[in-house]
Ligand binder design. Structure first.
Ligand code: ADP
Ligand code: MG
Length: 729
């Protein structure tokens, strides 16, 4: 039986912080102790195996069978010494979160006993029962053959008694069924394209790495309050609930003291993260009550994304020990800020240069401008795709709400960079580009000031902001797999860099010098990509109009936003870069539409149940109390007096009756709309029907119920209210 409201409130308010014992060692002593990292590899692998493995990892080459068996043997020994009994391939299907299938390290020895077994074949490949993971029709369930394959570039780690092996997840026919595969391909595509462009400036570059530093926002709610709300437990979002009289108006939560219960949770979470090699660094309160943020030191993009996926599951586990539920939903509470996951993105060379870092010396500035302008072009050309890459049923509640960027992609550069681009655009080649005797290219107008990290020049409303040495993609939802957005961004920039090279080479073939070709192309790009640059207030309604005028994608329906993936130019881009082929793209969209449908469907069911079985009965009961009171008043007072006294209570009864019938009627209509939508065969059309005809009821029904919450006796109200959910003591 689920816990009742008052029970839950009482338990939550009496809860004490659960103290965490801090390790006596320094963080540097236990950092990564549950990771088969290079230190562990060195200890458990022979010199030759270690060398072969790390070489293969560093050069992204496949690992041969024999090496794999040696690695498996070492990994097994390491894991067994740590008390591990099982292993699993750990992968990222197209649903939320990660998946794993645990197998014990044992085999029959043929003599009636068991031996510990784990070999190269088991390390490299596993066959989960893939039929329950979405594939967009790529696999029929009767041939549910998909397999997971070891990704050696992300180290194996231990959770509880299980060795987890980061893996890709692929259909037997070769198509990717996960986020990791195309993410890795996009990182490679960007590497290849960026190296070529770097060679215009420096021949010594042999590798370009993509970096990601995420900032994870989340809410904490006491576990009993969470259980007392069927909507939270089943959808991670409150489908009803009137705003609390006090929520975030005072901004007193942001950077305020962290409550001790939460502090202990964070402490333990950080310890767990360090053991798993996740380099978490900052933690603080966020804007909304009960909202917090955690950010690590940035890492190589594939590893960083694995770490974020791992973090989300570790968080849930640690929270349980502190009697909290973690909400990763993008908008768990109406009228209160939602949660995002800012993805800080940059690229750097093996010569130690961050390609988005200006100002260290003159010779690097032109290269910086080149990468900056190409990124702007990519974001401009593929703004619909980037939006589609972050679009989900849940993130849609956050985007366009008062605190988050609207569902329009634009980029903020800050005053200094904007001025430099403007100056470049209006200058002649003599001013813009210089060449020295070694044929190295310089930005003609000297230094770009290093003061870029100046906080006064940070636009918090921009979905894609330049923040001094990186871009910060802020439109990503808190529950998302960063891979979705990162692979779209990497591929778009890679493709754009290829285009840049083609454009420069075309001009050179016409007899232009390298310098003037680069100059001309950059100048054209600065002009062309202007519509994506927006330094104003992204929350302002006027921006929506202006953005539409600039030709930016303003589509607000999630199912229609997904169409961006299948536009001919986008399919071409993904195919030519080798990141995703059209079959994979089509299958992925099927999955996206299906996920959208399921989310709205579940919310509609839960709200229907809450309305009819939790709220209406209480409202009716309270209405009877009022009616009872009215008849007692009538018996007590003279007719004249009664008419006067009863006017207000009667009005209240009428209002309640109005809301009750509105809710009842709309729940019926919503069920009908759902039935009708369910009869539609195509996923896309069905998702559109859910968006257009089912989802609107969720808000309308809620409004009536939230009004009822203000009228009905507080003692009778069955669900914890916002003021009870939102303040941890
Ligand atoms: P803010 O909230 O001001 O944006 P935070 O310190 O919370 O800043 O987060 C900044 C994030 O950006 C961190 O994860 C950090 O590691 C990351 N970051 C810093 N420099 C880079 C970079 N060059 N490339 C990618 N990520 C970076
Ligand atoms: Mg940030």
């Amino acid at each position: 039986m689920s816990i009742t409201r008052f029970n839950a409130v009482e338990k939550a308010s009496n809860r004490k912080a659960i103290e965490v014992v801090t390790p006596t060692q320094k963080v540097s002593d236990y950092f990564g102790e549950n990771v088969f990292n290079r230190k562990a590899m060195q200890k458990y692998l022979s010199k030759e195996t270690y060398q072969a493995l790390t070489d293969a990892i560093d050069s992204c080459k496949p690992i041969d069978r024999q090496i794999a068996s040696h690695v498996a043997a070492g990994m097994r020994m390491w894991a067994l010494e740590k008390g591990v009994t099982h292993y699993t391939h750990w992968f990222q299907p197209l649903t939320d979160g990660t998946a794993e299938k645990h197998d014990a390290f044992v085999e029959l020895d043929g003599k009636g006993g068991m031996i510990e077994e784990f070999n190269g074949k088991l390390l490299t490949q596993q066959e989960p029962d893939a039929s329950s993971f979405p594939s967009g029709g790529l696999r029929n369930t009767f041939e549910a053959r998909g397999y997971s394959a070891w990704d050696p570039s992300s180290p194996a780690f231990i959770v509880d008694d299980t060795l987890c092996i980061p893996s890709v997840f692929i259909a037997y026919t070769g198509e990717a069924l996960d986020y990791k595969t195309p993410l890795i391909r996009s990182i490679e595509a960007l590497d290849t394209a960026a190296i070529e462009v770097c060679h215009y400036f420096n021949e010594d570059v042999h590798k370009v790495t993509t970096f990601l530093g995420w900032e994870q926002e989340y809410f904490l709610v006491d576990e009993d309050l969470y259980s007392a709300r069927p909507d939270l437990s089943l959808t991670e979002r409150t489908l009803i609930g009137h705003e609390s009289a006090k929520n975030q108006q005072l901004d007193d939560h942001f950077f305020g003291a962290i409550p001790s219960r939460v502090q202990e949770f964070m402490k333990e979470l950080e310890i767990e993260c360090y053991k798993l090699g996740i380099p978490v660094k900052t933690r603080h309160n966020e804007v909304a009550p009960n909202q917090f943020e955690l950010a690590p030191i940035y890492e190589e993009c594939n590893l960083a994304n694995d770490h974020n996926q791992l973090l989300m599951s570790v968080m849930k586990r640690v929270a349980r020990r502190h009697n909290f539920s973690v909400l990763l939903h993008e908008k768990p509470f109406k009228g209160v800020n939602g949660s995002g996951k800012h993805c800080n993105w940059s690229i750097g060379t093996d010569t130690g240069l961050n390609l988005f870092s200006p100002g260290k010396n003159r010779e690097e500035n032109l290269q910086f401008i080149t990468f900056m302008v190409n990124t702007l072009m990519a974001v401009y050309k593929y703004n619909s795709l980037l939006k589609a890459s972050i679009a989900t049923a849940t993130n849609a509640h956050r985007l366009g709400a008062n605190e988050a960027p609207p569902a329009i992609i634009s980029s903020f550069l800050g005053k200094q960079i904007s001025e430099i681009l403007n100056r470049f655009e209006n200058s002649s080649i003599e001013d813009a580009i210089e060449v020295d005797e070694k044929k190295r290219l310089y930005l003609g107008f000297g230094q770009i000031p290093e003061l870029l990290l100046d906080n006064t020049d940070r636009n918090r409303t921009s979905p894609f902001a330049f923040t001094g040495n990186r871009f910060e993609f802020r439109a990503i939802g808190s529950s998302a797999n960063c891979g979705s957005a990162m692979l779209a961004l990497n591929t778009a920039v890679a493709y754009q860099l290829r285009q840049f090279k083609t454009d420069v080479e075309t001009l050179r073939a016409q007899g232009k010098s390298k310098e003037s070709a680069i100059f001309e192309v950059i100048k054209t790009y600065i002009k062309e990509s202007k519509p994506i640059r927006f330094d104003g207030n992204g929350y302002d309604d006027k921006w929506k109009e202006e953005a539409a005028g600039r030709g930016l994608d303003c589509e607000s329906s999630v199912p229609l936003q997904y169409d961006a993936y299948l536009k001919p130019g986008v399919v071409k881009m993904f195919e030519e870069t080798g990141v995703l082929n059209h079959i994979e793209l089509e299958a992925r969209n099927e999955v996206k539409w299906e996920m959208y449908i399921k989310k709205v469907q579940i919310e509609a069911r839960v709200l229907g149940d809450l309305s009819l079985n939790h709220i209406i009965p209480v409202a009716v009961r309270y209405q009877s109390v009022l009616l009872d009171n009215l008849s007692k008043l009538q018996n007590t007072f003279s007719e004249g007096e009664y008419t006067e006294i009863s006017a207000e209570p009667k009005r209240l009864v009428r209002k309640i009756a109005g809301h009750i019938s509105a809710v009842t009627r709309m729940v019926d209509e919503m069920v009908e709309a759902r039935k009708k939508a369910n009869r539609i065969a195509g996923m896309r059309e069905k998702a559109i029907a859910y968006h257009d005809t089912v989802a609107p009821y969720l808000d309308e029904i809620r409004n009536h119920i939230d009004e009822l919450e203000l009228m009905v006796d507080n003692q009778m109200w069955p669900l914890p209210k916002y003021r009870e959910l939102l303040f941890i003591h």
